[in-house]
Design a protein around this ligand. Structure first.
Ligand code: GLN
Length: 245
């Protein structure tokens, strides 16, 4: 079995090692004897969404986001069809914001794809620090790092998780991220997936089932070091540390 991973705009969006999410997906497929092809989809490239099993889109600065607007307009119809058809998407931070209607950064309004009914507005306080969630995607808490000025309003959409430590979508420590079909938007850098192997497998399983049928299951991998690191963070910041702002 082969999985094709599209890495969207690595030339404009790649903060805090977010490309590690692509490497993690590839490795976890290869460790299970599967093939993984990674396509770097740079700004202006034609994108054949029919070829893709997973699309990974990393975090980006306000400047990178503004530069992407015209390119995004061109791919919007195909991108939207892919999402509605259950295509698997991981969008981090600046990318998460652009899945929504807009990102308002001061006077400037950066137009988003409007695929999700969410929007983001920049606030004066930048939210920087560790972020830990309880999420239906993973039995272990989801651990990562946030660094954003935007506050994202997700309305009636489902969040990725409930904040156990950190600030999240609106900065109030309530909820973080968004999930729609097989699309996830999140403020979690890390990179997210090497720190949270169960979350990585959530994406891989969705992609494999969509391409090869519901009967496909992932074999277990030994994630002992990753889960130990994850457990240490949870112990330090949540269990014994109490929640922090
Ligand atoms: N420009 C956005 C913000 O600060 C996204 C930043 C990011 O991707 N880390 O809110």
């Amino acid at each position: 079995m082969k999985v094709t991973i599209g890495h969207l705009y690595p030339d404009l969006f790649n903060l805090y090692g977010d490309s590690g999410n692509v490497q993690c997906m590839k490795k976890r497929l290869e460790w299970r004897g599967m093939e993984a092809e990674v396509l770097a989809l740079c700004a202006g490239d034609e994108i054949d969404f029919g070829k893709l099993d997973i699309l990974v889109w990393g975090g980006g600065s306000d400047k990178g986001q503004a530069l992407a607007v015209d390119y995004l307009k061109r791919i919007r119809p195909d991108f939207k069809n892919y999402v509605e058809d259950g295509g698997v998407v991981l969008a981090v931070c600046g990318a998460y914001q652009l899945l929504g209607k807009y990102y308002k950064a001061g006077e400037e309004v950066i137009e988003g794809l409007g695929i999700l009914d969410i929007y983001t507005e920049r606030s004066d306080e930048r939210l920087v620090g560790n972020l830990i969630l309880e999420s239906p995607l993973s039995a272990s808490p989801v651990v990562g790092f946030e660094n954003h000025a935007g506050r994202t309003i997700i309305g009636d959409c489902a969040p990725l998780g409930k904040v156990l430590y950190g600030r999240g979508n609106t900065g109030d420590g309530g909820y973080e991220g968004v999930v729609y079909k097989n699309t996830v938007g999140t403020y979690l850098h890390g990179p997210l997936l090497p720190k949270n192997p169960e979350v990585c497998d959530w994406f891989l399983e969705r992609a494999l089932k969509r391409r090869y049928g519901e009967g496909v299951n992932l074999t277990e991998l030994s994630d002992e070091p990753e889960l130990r690191a994850n457990g240490n963070m949870v112990e330090r910041l949540v269990t014994s540390g109490g929640r922090s702002r």
